[in-house]
Design a protein. Sequence first.
Length: 275
Amino acid sequence: MHKLSKGEYFGNHYHKNQFNDLLITDTAYTHAKVDWHYHENAYFTYLLQGKLFEENKKESYHLERGGLLFHNWQDAHHNIKPPEYTRGFHIEITTKWFELYQIKSFDFEGSLHLKNPLIREKINSIFFESKIKDTNTQLTIDMLLVDVFNTIKSDDQHFKNQTPTWVKTLKEILHSTPNIKTSLTSLAVLLDIHPVHLSREFPKYFKTTIGHYIRTQRMNKALLLIAENKLTMTEICYNCGFYDQSHFTTSLKKVYKQTPLKISKKIGNVNLLQF
């Protein structure tokens, strides 16, 4: 089985940035099929554009734009890419980084399909930070990544502690309909629980409010559409459920400290660029 060394992926690298014990790459995938292989280091794959099928020894994933996977080191898998342009963002993590921040990599065995929008928001922020690359970038990325692993571990503990059925159902609803427009009462009826119980218990399992959870999903979708660079900002605004462009711009600036146009210039589609 083929072993991929640090920074090696099947594609053309638009950006490859070294941050101490992290390596971050922005890659356009070029292979229609990749046979079974494994990587030297643990890493995240975040699909920015296109689609990708991936299978490991235990399960398989049909990833679309926004799909996020974590692979621990030496986790064997293979990939199939459809003909369309596909772009991925990778965060490769050495064992030294795990040791430095006292994170036990064996707590995250195998491959994980991560759907929590709060985790994706942090990965989006890391992606954006890797494009800025100033004196604070290393510190910011390290802090975000530590927070990502803490959130993954917290989610896993809730799952093992027999999470209520309504929590799992609500996750499925929210993840499948990121632009959902609903009320606390209607969600409670759908879940067959009392609205007060839903309001009180939601932060316990989701680590935020319902409103922020839904807004985060919209922001995640918006950043990916900006990176894709196929729609106008107005189209992205309404496609992601914002009620006007001013609200859209303010929301982006609050999270990423930049206007949509400046964000587009930093992370936009690399499909037409020469590698």
